[in-house]
Design a protein around this ligand. Structure first.
Ligand SMILES: NC(=O)c1ccc[n+]([C@@H]2O[C@H](COP(=O)([O-])OP(=O)(O)OC[C@H]3O[C@@H](n4cnc5c(N)ncnc54)[C@H](OP(=O)(O)O)[C@@H]3O)[C@@H](O)[C@H]2O)c1
Length: 349
């Protein structure tokens, strides 16, 4: 395959390059940057120096897309809306967008969180690519909108509950590392502000809630169903750690395995045969997911069956961005879902 990564000087783009350079089906991988055209890729991503001496191209997204099988867009919010038409016009087999521009089909829901859409006419071309849930259903898609990092962790916690018919109003407390905020330093992402610190942000309205609500309402079959995402900045670089809590409808937590095992059964059944979801017997630790495309999940109900708690750990740049994008590409093109993604993580890290 001949692929291009547009916006490759950023963190999500760099992670895509790391994985695509080692993908068994990728023959050529071109990286573009507005600001770093002509410079070695390793200037922006020093950890890639050992595996690539490539340089960034400065061509426009349309030019870079020409003649490619797959084009990944890893651009700041709003840029994908601006360049998507020229990328489609270049005729790649598959466009994979990592930004939020094309994730939310419901215009009113999108506008509540993001304001007016700049390219709404292109929304129907995109398939929302929650790879661990949709799996082979992504086969044949021509454009993929990759879920956000918080949204991936949240939906992987919610999906088995919806599948079990549990119409809850769940609350999800989630903490992200600083790489979630992109490569440009900002006052709230600067090291002295983040290290040894923890704070809430986007209170009662984080943008990823839009795509979480879209899926939860669709799965539950109730257009006014509620789910709340409470987002926090944590003192680490990579990863998202999310805990979901919900009150269960009476009499629902019944399992042949005895009290406390119903929730684990819902999750094991929902993800049977899904290679990148691991259901654990104890809450996961963040560092065990870092560097991998795995979602580590623990689910348990209280002894009286009245409450459920689900914990999810993912790497925001792999499962929450580049890894899921490649997994979805593999599925869309009908190649091995795990190609290029089989590597384990690092511990300690
Ligand atoms: N970081 C995460 O954990 C994460 C997770 C999931 C999804 N995402 C999404 O992925 C996207 C990228 O995130 P990020 O964290 O990688 O952001 P980032 O570090 O700020 O990188 C964005 C990159 O886009 C490039 N760019 C912007 N316009 C361009 C254009 N017209 N042509 C070529 N390059 C262009 C910029 O590089 P130049 O100025 O050099 O061109 C910059 O390096 C965002 O939409 C984000 O929401 C991020």
């Amino acid at each position: 395959m001949n692929v291009a990564v547009v916006g490759a000087a950023g963190y999500a783009g760099g992670e895509l390059l790391r994985l695509l350079y080692q993908h068994p089906e990728v023959r050529e991988c071109v990286a573009s940057s507005r600001s770093r055209g002509g410079a070695p890729v390793a200037d922006a991503h020093p950890a890639l120096a050992a595996i690539s001496d490539a340089r960034f191209a400065s061509a426009t997204p349309g030019e870079i897309a020409s003649g490619r099988d797959v084009v990944f867009l890893c651009l700041e919010h709003g840029e994908s809306s601006r360049v998507a038409a020229e990328v489609f016009a270049a005729g790649p087999r598959l466009v994979v967008d990592l930004a939020a521009d094309f994730r939310v089909r419901d215009r009113a829901l999108y506008e509540r969180y993001y304001g007016p859409h700049a390219a709404a006419e292109l929304l129907p071309r995109f398939c929302y690519a929650l790879a661990d849930v949709l799996g082979p259903a992504l086969r044949g898609a021509g454009a993929l909108a990759v879920p956000g990092c918080f949204a991936t962790a949240a939906q992987l916690a919610l999906y088995p509950l919806a599948r079990a018919g549990l119409d809850l109003s769940p609350s999800m407390f989630a903490v992200t590392g600083s790489s979630g905020a992109g490569v440009q330093p900002k006052p709230a992402t600067h090291h002295p502000a983040r290290a040894h610190n923890l704070f809430a942000y986007s209170v009662l309205g984080h943008r990823h809630e839009a795509e979480v609500l879209q899926s939860w309402r669709e799965w539950i079959g109730r257009p006014d169903a509620a789910a709340r995402l409470m987002t926090h900045s944590g003192p680490f670089v990579r990863g998202i750690y999310l805990s979901l809590h919900g009150y269960l409808p009476p009499g629902r937590a019944v399992s042949a395995g005895g009290p406390g095992t119903a929730a684990a059964t819902w999750f094991r059944e929902a993800y049977v045969g899904r290679p990148f979801v691991r259901i654990l017997d104890a809450p996961p630790e963040l560092t065990h997911a870092v560097g991998t495309n795995y979602a580590l999940i623990h689910a348990v109900e209280s002894e009286d069956g009245a409450e459920v708690q689900v914990t999810v750990a993912i790497d925001n740049l792999v499962k929450g961005a580049a890894g899921q994008a490649i997994q979805a590409m593999n599925l869309a093109l009908g190649i091995d879902e795990q190609a290029g993604l089989k590597g384990g993580g690092m511990f300690p890290c």
